[in-house]
Design a protein around this ligand. Structure first.
Ligand SMILES: Cc1cc2nc3c(=O)[nH]c(=O)nc-3n(C[C@H](O)[C@H](O)[C@H](O)COP(=O)(O)O)c2cc1C
Ligand SMILES: CCCCC(=O)C(=O)O
Length: 362
């Protein structure tokens, strides 16, 4: 197993190069946890394939003066539309864990969403990153625990909450099971301390387990406890999107958890257009799952996303080259998007909307 590189090899020019190299830097069980999906990994495949169903519709000789990939989001401005998706325990992949990811993100102006299972306490994250630092959480029924966590996040200067709603139970992770993956004890979970344990049950349909599952009511209660923006991650239906807008949530992430919960969910890109139509610009809509190229982000924006989250490739880059790898991988995505914008004749992110057509079959 190699240790993290300090210099990026010349032949690392696309995110797939990080994916190719990362297994050399990680033990097999951790690689299985990182790269795998649920069950037969259909979700993992359809997420990426969905992007291949679209081509970009270019226009030539467009006046591009003043072109920019700047994202306007809820009154704020970001240099590009790439966010780092919440992912557990970055110390599994690099000794400096979330600190290294945050430095890479800051170097490129990308917001970082820390996972509730982060291996670094939010208080230890640099205060003045210059990029938004958000925190992903799951809502539990224990309101005292939830309030304690929310106040802690507010005190630490967290900029927003992302509540993940698509994983009330872990997916059937056969690849992880075969590789014998378990979170090592030395990789701490400082935000889960004091979290009520899930009841140990034979079946997840046991009433004691079901009693612990959050509902809309719990989420709305949480939203009313904080001034931080609260986004929902893991929405795949128009009805849920409609409900989120009605309940005044601040944004949505259309996601199937990177194919890690149910492996037979639709690709987020497939349902994005109908969800975006329903939301009609009232709140921002992000999408994740399978984004590996700047052109994938272009397609997502064309189909109604305001911005995108990138998951696994950020950790592949972290494993190979730490903070430098994360910054480099983001740089690649931004460059690819900018080239696509120029070649398609789209001077701004909003001008990308609608600029794709389905790839013809046969
Ligand atoms: C190793 C790993 C850990 C993850 N941990 C979390 C998590 O703690 N919370 C969460 O909401 N999503 C988690 N996700 C899902 C990501 O936030 C995201 O939805 C998904 O990775 C996007 O797909 P992509 O990896 O194809 O970009 C995790 C994904 C991976 C690969
Ligand atoms: C509490 C850990 C959540 C990790 C997760 O969501 C994933 O591995 O997909």
């Amino acid at each position: 197993m190699k240790t993290c590189l300090e210099r990026i090899p010349q032949d690392v020019v696309a995110l797939c190069d990080y994916e190719r190299l990362a297994p050399e830097f990680l033990p097999p069980d951790i690689w299985a946890y990182l790269a795998g999906g649920a069950a037969d990994e259909r979700g993992l495949k359809v997420n990426q394939e969905a992007y291949r169903q679209w081509s970009i519709q270019p226009q030539v000789l467009v006046e591009m003066h003043g072109a920019s990939s700047t994202l306007q989001l809820r009154g704020g401005q970001l240099p590009h539309p790439f966010f780092i998706a919440p992912m557990a325990a970055h110390r599994l992949f690099h000794a400096e864990g979330e600190l290294a990811t945050a430095l890479g993100a800051a170097a490129m102006g990308a917001p970082l969403v820390m996972s509730c299972r982060a291996s670094t306490p939010i208080e230890a994250m640099p205060r003045h990153l210059g990029v938004p630092l958000w925190f992903q959480l799951y809502v539990r029924k224990d309101r005292e625990f939830m309030l304690g966590l929310v106040r802690r996040l507010e005190d630490a200067g967290c900029d927003g909450l992302v509540v993940t709603v698509d994983a009330p139970v872990s997916g059937i992770r056969n690849r992880e099971q075969r590789a014998g993956f378990r979170f090592p004890e030395e990789i701490e979970a400082p935000h889960l301390v004091g979290e009520p344990a899930w009841p140990v049950v034979e079946s997840v349909l046991d009433p004691r387990y079901l009693a612990e599952l959050p509902t809309w009511e719990d989420l709305i209660w949480l939203k009313n406890q904080t001034r931080l923006p609260v986004w929902l991650k893991g929405v795949l239906s128009v009805a849920d999107a409609q409900r989120a807008v009605e309940a005044s949530f601040d944004g949505l992430v259309v996601s199937n958890h990177g194919g890690r919960t149910l492996d037979v969910l639709p690709a987020p890109l497939k349902v994005l257009p109908e969800i975006s139509r329903e939301v009609a610009g009232r709140i921002p809509v992000l999408v994740d799952g399978g984004i590996r190229r700047g052109t994938d982000a272009f397609i997502a924006l064309a189909l109604g996303a305001d911005a995108v989250m990138v998951g696994r490739p950020m950790l592949y880059a972290l494993a190979v080259a730490g903070a430098v790898g994360v910054a480099h991988a983001l740089r690649i995505l931004c460059h690819e998007l900018e080239v696509a914008m120029l070649l398609a004749g789209c001077p701004t992110l909003p001008s990308i909307r609608g600029r794709v057509r389905p790839v013809m079959k046969g």
